[in-house]
Write a protein that binds this ligand. Structure first.
Ligand SMILES: Nc1nc2c(ncn2[C@@H]2O[C@H](COP(=O)(O)OP(=O)(O)OP(=O)(O)O)[C@@H](O)[C@H]2O)c(=O)[nH]1
Ligand SMILES: [Mg+2]
Length: 291
């Protein structure tokens, strides 16, 4: 299984590792992987200095330094429901990022880890077919889904889900949201409304977390997305999806540098089990690949 930069680095390491060309190519590779131009330039400059000072670096030296520098900003936030009470996880992200699939994966994962009483809230009432998609996941997983008709107020759907979960003593509400509305202002306003409903409803009684889904292949746009969502409602942690089969995914480094957001899980395929609870090491292993 090769994710991330592995293939590209492997190619680079076939040649000499002390030439100007090597460092230029390394810098380009890091930029292409979306770690951000500043980080790429800094890391490559560090390596150039080291090579100048004490001669050519081995592949292991270079990988070690890459790991250290890339990892400097990446933080892990384990995202585990509090078994003592109600938890509300609101799942955010642009359309197609993998929100709904990740919700289903999380439901399976948490159930496997012992969380009793998981409810899915069909808060994407905007996109045609979104409610059915979540209901289908719920059926397959044997998990309750709270939904209303298309076009319904997403805040009301999530409110119902929280209220019924509390009444039944269920432990975790995983709430889906729309990734796109008519325009960005609408999306932000809608998310702020949902956020307010959850805060009012869940109050101090529940653990409330906002999870942003970022598609590893979206490139630098992922940073712009993170800024919009973070400014709108305040994001608690990231899940990076589609980390399988891409030479990118460095965006987590860029988002961590700019916004300080931690990572909680990695999505590495379309199957329900393709979700890795993971932090820095798993992420860096994936990013640097089998070089
Ligand atoms: N390879 C791969 N595919 C994924 C992963 N996560 C999600 N997908 C696929 O990405 C596509 C979109 O996923 P959804 O979960 O529907 O995305 P969404 O964010 O809910 O999209 P909207 O509801 O349109 O906003 C689906 O085909 C998923 O199977 C992943 O980690 N790896
Ligand atoms: Mg969806």
């Amino acid at each position: 299984m090769i994710w991330g930069l592995g293939e590209k680095l492997k190619e680079l390491f076939r040649g000499k590792t002390d030439t100007a060309e090597f460092f230029d190519n390394l810098e380009d590779t890091l930029i292409e992987a979306d770690v951000g131009a500043q980080a790429a330039i800094k890391i490559t400059a560090d390596l150039r200095d080291m090579a100048k000072k004490d001669g050519a670096k081995t592949k292991e030296d270079i990988l070690g330094l890459l790991r250290r520098d890339l990892g400097e900003f990446v933080r892990f936030e384990p995202l585990a429901p509090d078994p003592a009470g109600l938890n509300v996880f609101l799942v955010l992200g642009v359309n197609g990022a993998g929100k709904t699939t990740t919700i289903a994966k999380l439901a399976q994962y948490y159930r496997g880890a012992g969380t009793d009483g998981i409810v899915l809230a069909a808060g994407d009432t905007f996109r045609a077919g979104a409610i059915e998609q979540l209901i289908l996941h719920g059926k397959r997983l044997g998990v309750r889904v709270v939904s209303q008709d298309p076009g319904a107020d997403p805040g009301a759907v999530i409110f119902d889900a929280i209220e019924s979960a509390a009444a039944r003593g269920e432990k975790l509400v995983l709430a889906d949201t729309a990734g796109r509305l008519h325009n960005k202002e609408n999306l932000v306003r809608e998310l702020q409304k949902i956020d307010k409903v959850i805060r009012n409803k869940a109050g101090e009684k529940a653990v409330y977390r906002k999870i942003l889904i970022i598609d590893a292949g979206t490139g630098q746009n992922g940073l712009a997305q993170a800024k919009v969502f973070h400014e709108a409602v305040g994001v608690d942690s990231l899940i990076l999806t589609k980390f399988d089969g891409t030479a990118r995914g460095g965006i987590v480094v860029a988002i961590a540098r700019e916004l300080g957001l931690p990572i909680s899980f990695l999505g590495v395929g379309e199957k329900m089990s393709d979700l890795i609870p993971g932090g820095r090491d798993e992420y860096l292993d994936g990013l640097l690949g089998e070089t």
